[in-house]
Structures are given as structure tokens and as C-alpha cells.
Design a protein around this ligand. Structure first.
Ligand code: SME
Length: 154
């Protein structure tokens, strides 16, 4: 990351606003936001969406290696963030009891729950093969991008 972190995230938010303005479709915009994040973030092993369906989080658009298809709400980092409504940032995934290792290489992770008009839509999940990859600004930046995404869809 060459820019200072704040500038980096501000620029990424602006890029995402442009990219997601051409569609209101949640799958199309999740696909493009995943691609943008995978392209722009250093040292990321996986980034993508899980969408809520019948009390399960089902794999949506993502970039990275093939991943777990479904996660029970309340299970894993994704399911826990979905239930709590709060984002989770892990410097070391092994410290989280119940972490689901879709990719054995993942060492640190951020999950942001997505709520549209008060209803749980799903989560945005970002993994890195490096420990302690994400700082507070990264978490805030991912939350800001999640809001851009949520505002862009129907
Ligand atoms: N680690 C997540 C599972 C999803 S993968 O990281 C893509 C979890 O514990 O919920």
C-alpha cells in the first residue's frame, strides 16, 4: 500500500461508488466489489460474500480459492458476525474458537455483517495468509465499502 491508509481507503470508496453505480443488482455488485478489493488490497488470500438464505449463509461472489459453500448462522467468524451485527477483526484466526478454516493458509480475517433496511443480508469476508494483516483503519475502510455496496443495491 503506497498511499497513507486513510487516503487509500478514501480513494477505494470513491472507486467503488463509481463501479457500483451502474447496477442495483446485489450479485453483480458483490462480484465487482470482490474483484476490486482483490485487485487493490495487498496480501489478501480471499475476499467475498456470503448471503443469508433460510438461516444459512451461502457462498456468493468471491475472489480466491474455492471456499465453504454454506455456514450456519451463529457458526464460525461469519456466522458469529451475522448474529452479533458487529464486525469481527482477527489478528490470528486460531484465537477464535470455532473459526472455520476454508483455506488452511488463512491467518488473519475481517468479517463485516451486511444489513439492508434492518434485515441481515449476509457478510463480507476478507482473509489474509499473513498474521495481523488488518488494522483498525482497514476494518473501518471495509465497513465504509460495505455501506457503499448496501446503498448501491435494491
Ligand atoms: N473463516 C470463515 C469461513 C469462510 S472462509 O474464510 C472463506 C469463518 O470462520 O466463518
Amino acid at each position: 500500500m503506497k498511499d497513507s491508509s486513510n487516503f487509500f481507503w478514501k480513494r477505494l470508496v470513491e472507486q467503488a461508488q463509481g463501479l457500483l453505480s451502474v447496477s442495483t443488482n446485489r450479485v453483480s455488485n458483490a462480484a465487482n466489489l470482490s474483484a476490486l478489493l482483490y485487485q487493490e488490497l495487498d496480501d489478501i488470500s480471499w475476499v467475498g460474500f456470503y448471503f443469508l438464505q433460510d438461516d444459512m449463509l451461502l457462498l456468493g461472489p468471491f475472489q480466491g480459492k474455492p471456499a465453504c459453500v454454506s455456514i450456519e448462522v451463529g457458526k464460525g467468524v461469519c456466522g458469529t458476525a451475522a448474529v452479533s451485527g458487529e464486525s469481527i477483526r482477527l489478528a490470528d484466526v486460531d484465537t477464535f474458537d470455532g473459526h472455520i478454516a476454508c483455506d488452511a493458509d488463512a491467518r488473519s480475517e475481517v468479517v463485516v455483517p451486511l444489513f439492508k433496511r434492518g434485515d441481515l443480508l449476509g457478510v463480507l469476508d476478507v482473509d489474509s495468509a499473513s498474521a495481523d494483516r488488518f488494522n483498525e483503519e482497514d476494518e473501518a475502510g471495509l465497513k465504509a465499502l460495505s455501506q457503499v455496496y448496501l446503498s448501491s443495491i435494491d
